[in-house]
Design a protein around this ligand. Structure first.
Ligand code: SAM
Length: 235
């Protein structure tokens, strides 16, 4: 059966490309188990855990596993975050398609994920800065941050390993990562973020009831993004 039948979007393909050959994978929030199934088809991984907090998505995962003949290869687990996985069962953990705050909460509930023995592939739909801030404060080192375009949207996929120094950063420090600046799409992505932050600042400045903390945060973001874009322009 062809991979296209799996509806592999550019976002999913970008995540899959970061998975090392021969790894034991856990896909947390797996939904249709597309990532584990596609990676097993490519013989890229040796085992897969597909885990989800809800029964509906896990039933979809079971259907995909059956459809592609991976009933024995994919271990289906029902439960929250990494509660369903033992640290020694996996080397690589994918957590994708959720908000950055949910991803950070999952990592907080099971700190072993940042012990340095596991590679994390994190793809946050929102609150990326919050997730980077959490990672910095808990020794999570962002090794690469890859951008991809899907229709009108852009997504980032972080590869992260724990065991680093714990660093307190502001949210504005975390609107970008050094790793992200290496991506060829970085200028486009930063420009979008900067436009959005400038609009938020303008509307906060025009509001009748001032929110000084919020305004200070978004002004900080505008400064950080402008500096990063300037730095990119010089390279
Ligand atoms: C939008 S889908 C993303 C599916 C797939 N990972 C992707 O990137 O396309 C989010 C999935 O995460 C699951 N989910 C949300 N919170 C979760 C948690 N705390 N632990 C495990 N799964 C969770 C949802 O039930 C849903 O199936």
């Amino acid at each position: 059966m062809h991979d296209n039948r799996m509806r592999l979007t550019p976002r999913l393909r970008t995540i899959m490309k970061q998975v090392p050959q021969g790894t034991r994978l856990a896909d947390i929030g797996t939904d249709h188990a597309l990532i584990p199934s596609a990676l097993l088809r490519r013989k890229r991984i040796v085992s897969a855990i597909a885990s989800d907090i809800r029964t509906g998505p896990l039933q979809s995962a079971a259907r995909t596993a059956r459809q592609f003949g991976f009933e024995n290869e994919i271990s289906l687990r029902l439960g929250a975050g990494l509660r369903t996985v033992k640290p020694e069962e996996v080397d690589t953990i994918v957590i994708a398609g959720m908000g950055g705050e949910t991803i950070a909460q999952i990592l907080q509930n099971d700190p072993w994920a940042l012990d340095g023995n596991h590679l994390l592939l994190l793809q946050a739909m929102t609150a990326q800065a919050y997730l980077r801030q959490y990672l910095a404060a808990h020794g999570g080192m962002i090794q690469t941050e890859t951008l991809c375009r899907e229709g009108n949207r852009m997504y980032t996929v972080m590869t992260v390993r724990g065991g680093g120094k714990q660093i307190e950063k502001t949210l504005s420090d975390c609107c970008i990562s050094d790793a992200l600046l290496c991506d060829p799409l970085a200028a486009d992505y930063l420009t979008r973020l900067l436009n959005r932050e400038q609009k938020i600042c303008a509307s906060l400045e025009a509001a009748q009831h001032q929110k000084p903390d919020e305004l200070a945060l978004h002004r900080g973001n505008v400064r950080a993004l402008s500096n990063a874009l300037e730095q990119l322009g010089k390279e």
